[in-house]
Design a protein around this ligand. Structure first.
Ligand SMILES: [Zn+2]
Ligand SMILES: [Zn+2]
Length: 445
């Protein structure tokens, strides 16, 4: 096992263009492999050769691009949250919906928890994410250490999973197909710009590589994370990926607690999953939506809603709602059980397949919020005293299921899936070959 020559890393850094990363060691956050990545200049990226995990990507213009996307997102966000989202004409009643109006209607109807969840996921998390991006990038641009820069970076990384503007947009399309038969709908400027906002948010999020940001912040403080560590016994930080001396408790680069594997990952993940399974029962048995009109008072569960749409000929919506509200949560619970069993007892599949399963589970969970958002939009559209739609008790339980399964997946440490595979390989002759020029690696300690 050979470690970099510190002298060599220092020399190479001065020759590299601004915003580059020198050659250094990192730990793959997905499979735990220790890697030595070569120097990366703007426009280059590195990923793990074993599990294909994306490690870091430096933009061609590392400071300008994320700043520009974040400012553009903020401006569009301002329009989306103040202008008309959609207008609905039903039985001579004209309703103009804006996003703040929807949140307000929810809060007035004793569903303040749902209002808070919607407000946080579609407005709170994206705006906080964008402001923190701009804060951190302002510091980097003017080469100033701003108060709490490390904390701001750690927070914006965590917020990424909780931005659901794109899910809300798709939910609007589902709600549109649902009500277009009975009412006239016109989309406002905010609706069209929300699609742009969703794309810009994804792009901003991709353009903010935390590994690179932590490195740049340390350079501003006069430290070089690559040079700090001369210890033979090392540990890789779960968050910034930098190699740290094993004697440290807190990462000297990003300030997170250091551990070889997330502490109590399996128990915490299992606890959240069990809570999700328990909540999934009332989420299906209780009414999701209550529709009142003169002469009718209809309570429908998730399954009733799907059946109604299917029989009504709206096969597309029936399939979308079935996927989001039934298939995704059930598949997610089953995959988490498979992952937890594989990590705790015996792998049910190869580490590669389990990792793919983990990535799918982690990324699809948020789409289950579609049905909740559809109910919120329908409720805002039909809220006259004569005919109205109100959310049922199941919405709260279902929201809890979506959030709990997401937290369960985020608490799970996928490196546990590879630990056994590595142990088995150590009994045989370790053999690795470099699969590409961009990365070389050595066995984890
Ligand atoms: Zn990996
Ligand atoms: Zn760290």
């Amino acid at each position: 096992m050979s470690y970099r020559s510190t002298q060599q890393a220092q020399t190479s850094l001065t020759d590299l263009p601004d915003g580059s990363l020198p050659a250094h060691h990192v730990g793959c956050p997905c499979c735990g492999l220790s890697l030595s990545i070569p120097s990366l200049t703007p426009g280059e990226y590195a990923h793990c050769p074993r599990c294909r995990q994306h490690l870091v990507r430096i933009e061609h213009h590392p400071l300008d691009t994320p700043t520009a996307y974040a400012i553009a997102s903020l401006i569009i966000m301002l329009i989306v949250y103040t202008q008309l989202y959609m207008s609905i004409d039903l039985l001579g009643i004209h309703v103009e919906l804006t996003i703040p109006y929807m949140v307000e209607t929810l809060a007035q109807q004793d569903y303040s928890l749902l209002a808070e969840v919607m407000f946080l996921l579609t407005f709170g998390s994206p705006i906080l994410f964008l402001l923190l991006c701009l804060y951190v990038y302002t510091g980097l641009r003017y080469r100033q250490i701003l108060p709490g820069m490390l904390y701001a970076t750690r927070t914006l990384v965590r917020l990424r999973h909780w931005i659901m503007v794109d899910v809300f947009y798709i939910a609007t399309l589902v709600a549109y197909i649902k009500i277009s038969g009975m009412a006239q709908i016109h989309f406002g400027l905010a609706f069209w710009l929300m699609m742009v906002l969703a794309i810009l948010l994804i792009r901003t999020s991709q353009g903010v590589p935390e590994h690179w940001i932590f490195y740049q912040i340390q350079r501003l403080t006069g430290n070089d994370p690559v040079l700090q560590n001369n210890s033979a016994d090392t540990i890789n930080c779960n968050y910034c990926l930098f190699e740290q001396p094993a004697s440290l408790n807190v990462c000297s680069v990003c300030g997170s607690y250091l551990s070889r594997r997330k502490p109590l990952s399996l128990s915490i993940s299992m606890a959240f999953l069990l809570a999700a399974i328990i909540f999934y029962i009332p989420a299906n048995l209780l009414p999701m939506m209550i529709t009142r009109s003169p002469g009718t008072n209809l309570s429908s569960t998730i399954l009733d809603g799907i059946e109604y749409m299917w029989n009504d000929g709206d096969v597309l919506i029936a399939v979308v709602i079935f996927s989001a509200s039934m298939a995704i949560p059930i598949l997610k619970i089953i995959s988490m059980l498979v992952l937890l069993y594989s990590a705790a007892y015996r792998p049910l599949m190869s580490a590669h397949k389990l990792t793919i399963l983990y990535r799918i589970t982690e990324s699809i969970g948020r789409w289950s919020m579609i049905d909740i958002f559809v109910v919120i939009i329908l409720m805002s559209a039909f809220s006259t005293p004569l005919a109205n739609v109100t959310p049922g008790a199941a919405t709260i339980y279902f929201c809890a299921v979506v959030i709990l399964t997401m937290v369960s997946a985020l608490s799970f440490d996928p490196r546990l899936l590879w630990d056994e595979a590595v142990q088995q390989r150590k009994h045989h002759k370790p053999h690795y070959k470099n699969s590409s020029k961009r990365h070389s690696h050595h066995e984890p300690i």
